[in-house]
Each structure stands twice: as C-alpha cells, then as structure tokens.
Design a binder for this molecule. Structure first.
Ligand code: FSX
Ligand code: SF4
Ligand code: F3S
Length: 361
C-alpha cells in the first residue's frame, strides 16, 4: 500500500536537491540552524520510515488537500518519502472491503509502532451516529485504531478542537481527539487548514532527535505555535505607527497597512504563518490582504467572529483607555482564554498600553 500511495499518485521520489530544500524549510520552521540540515536529510533518507495510518472523520478534507496536493510539490513528495503511508482514504485507489482489510492488516503488522494521523472532528452525540465509516461510528473507529498506535497526530483544527462542526450550538457534540483518547501521546497541529511544514517539522524532529517536539498547553508543537501572528507580522510596523486599513479596497489597503481594524485576529492567534508561509509562492493570509481569522485557536468559529470586525473593546495604540489584559483576554479568546491561561492576552495588553498611535476613534 505504501508504495502504491507513494509512487503512483504523485511524481517520482525527490532527488537530493528536493530533500535539501524541504529539510531546509523544516529546519527553519523548527528554529534550527542550517548546520542541522545534513542531519535531518540523513534521518529523512534512512530506512526507518515510520508507518502512518491516516483516518478521516468530520471535516472538509482541506487538510489533506493542502498537504498532499498543494502548490508545493517538493514538500508533498518529501512528506510521502519520509513516512510510509499505509492507509489514507483520500489517496488510496482501492475502496470498500478491500481497504477495510488493508487497515486491519496494517494495524496488526505495525501494532505499537505506527503513527495515527486523524483529520476531522469526532461527533459524540447519540453515541456518535453522526459520522460512520464502514458501519462504525467515528468514536468506535478512533478507539480501535488509536489503541494500537504509538502516537497520534491530530491534524487540523477539526481533529484538534472540533473545528467548524463544533461551532455553537455544536449539534453533533463534535470534539477533538485528545478529549477521547487519554492513554496515548496526542500532538495537535491546528489550523484550518494547518501548514504542511509543521507536519513535516514534527515528523523530522521525531526522526532526527528520536523524540517528539516540545508542546504548549494545548498540545501544539511550540516551534510552530509558540508565538503570536502579530509578533512576526510584516505589517506590524504599520500597527505600531497607527496606520490601518479602514475598509477593504481603500487606499490604505493598497498601501499594505495593518488589517487590525478590518478584523485581523493576529494579536490573539498563536501560529508561525508569517514565517512558514504557504505554497511555493510563499504567501499567507495577511500577505495577500486578508486579516488572520484565528484558525489555529480552539473554538475560533465562535470566539473570533465576526471575522471582519476588530477584536472587541480593544483600543488601538495611544487612544488612552485600553482594556485590562485579563479582561481583554476573556473577551478576545473566550473559552480559549481559560484553557491557555490567558497567556496571549497579557502580551496584547502590554503592547497596546505602550502604543503611541492616535488614529483610533
Ligand atoms: Fe477541518 Fe481538515 Fe478545516 Fe477542512 O481535514 S481544519 S474543515 S481545512 O479539512 O479538518
Ligand atoms: Fe499584522 Fe494583523 Fe497584527 Fe496588523 S493586527 S500587525 S495585520 S497581525
Ligand atoms: Fe489561520 Fe491566521 Fe494563519 S487565519 S492560516 S492562523 S494567518
């Protein structure tokens, strides 16, 4: 199965140049110096490709599309070369009973050794009847496949925090993997969709150092989610100087000013998008003129909306009264604030208090 997936659905394997390019990107995402790249290439080209079983539940499959069919073919090929993809419903040629058999055989053959990647939320209402694959509920399927996994990567905001189907009123009571699986390491790579570089970085970290990367309180790798979007945004100088887009398409928008007033949630969002960027063109939402909508944060469909209104009750720099940091955190992050100890909000509050713009009304 691995070879079928690896060799036939995409172009032939990467040459050394492609490996170097991909490993250099992953090293940059991991915050490692270029001197580590040869070690990472060695780990990536070794025979010890970890077996991966990849399951899909409640989701749009954008996570896989971004990862395997994205506009960055080298990255997709490198990922498929580094792992041994045993089972993946989206890219497998087979279907029906045949793939069920593949799954069972792969679980047996690789018991205790495989990495389980989960895409999608898991509905728990009414014993999970709202998502069934091959006659099994997602809850039962996850319990079965997780029981023999070495570790689990919850890939995308649906698998990490429930995602769009968990938006209020969450009719199917959808949850993320780590609510249901308590006896295995679960690494959350959030984002809707997440950045494939962060998936690659996590796997290469594991292969190179023989351990998983350090995680934050939400089980996300710190190398990718340790800093706020706002802290490394290329429009940050405009924010600090009080130069804002007032509405989409205005002259300030054309000049590339800060998108805070048109709803950017970068000050409350933890992710490496401005550095890792997406696709070969090297873009990310803010670079192309759209504010961050906070897609890496729990419950962002509820806590970060309305997407085109600025973070509530927060003044831009220099306007005098700025919400207290704790109060701000509660308002901005809602449920998230409690979960992460409001570590985001403290920074925002301090920064705004120090700001010196007079542009806010
Ligand atoms: Fe969710 Fe992924 Fe958003 Fe879509 O599988 S994180 S809806 S990009 O596809 O799960
Ligand atoms: Fe960048 Fe958004 Fe922060 Fe403005 S508010 S500096 S656009 S992250
Ligand atoms: Fe998501 Fe914001 Fe990055 S919307 S893709 S976390 S810029």
């Amino acid at each position: 199965m691995a070879d079928t997936v690896n060799n036939k659905s995409l172009d032939p394997r990467l040459d050394r140049r492609g490996f170097l390019k991909g490993c250099t990107m992953a090293a940059a995402a991991l915050g490692l110096s270029e001197t580590m790249v040869p070690k990472m290439v060695e780990a990536a080209t070794s025979a010890q490709r970890p077996p991966v079983i990849w399951m899909h539940y409640q989701e749009c499959t954008g996570c896989t599309e971004t990862l395997l069919r994205g506009a960055h073919p080298d990255l997709a090929r490198l990922i498929l070369d580094v792992i041994s993809l045993e089972y993946h419903e989206t890219v497998m040629a087979a279907a029906g009973h045949q793939v069920e058999q593949v799954l069972q055989e792969s679980m047996e053959k690789n018991a205790g050794k495989y990495i389980l990647v989960v895409e999608g939320g898991i509905p728990t209402a009414e014993n999970g009847v709202y998502c069934k694959v091959a006659g099994k509920t997602a809850m039962d399927s996850l319990a079965e496949v997780a029981s023999k996994a070495a570790a689990i990567i919850a890939y995308g905001t649906c698998a990490t925090f429930g995602g769009v189907q968990a938006a209020s009123p969450n009719p199917t009571e959808s949850v993320g993997v780590d609510i249901l699986v308590l006896d295995k390491p679960v690494i959350n790579i959030s984002g809707c969709p997440p950045n494939p570089v962060n998936f690659l970085g996590t796997i290469l970290h594991y292969l190179t150092f023989n351990r998983l990367p350090a995680l934050d309180q939400l089980n996300r790798p710190k190398f990718a989610y340790g800093r706020r979007i706002h802290d490394h945004c290329e429009r940050r100088a405009h924010f600090d100087e009080g130069r804002y887009v007032e509405q989409f398409g205005d002259e300030y928008h054309k000049l590339g000013y800060c998108l805070y007033k048109v709803g950017c949630k970068g000050p409350a969002t933890f992710a490496n998008c401005p550095v890792a960027r997406f696709n070969e063109a090297g873009v990310w939402p803010v670079a192309v003129g759209h504010g961050c909508i906070g897609c890496t944060e729990p419950n962002f469909w509820d806590t970060m909306t309305p997407f085109y209104e600025r973070i509530p009750n927060v003044s831009v720099p220099g306007a005098g009264i700025v919400a207290d940091a704790d109060e701000l955190g509660t308002k901005v992050l809602g449920v998230t604030a409690a979960a992460v100890g409001i570590h985001a909000a403290v920074g925002i509050g301090k920064r705004l208090i120090k700001g010196k713009s007079d542009s806010d009304e």
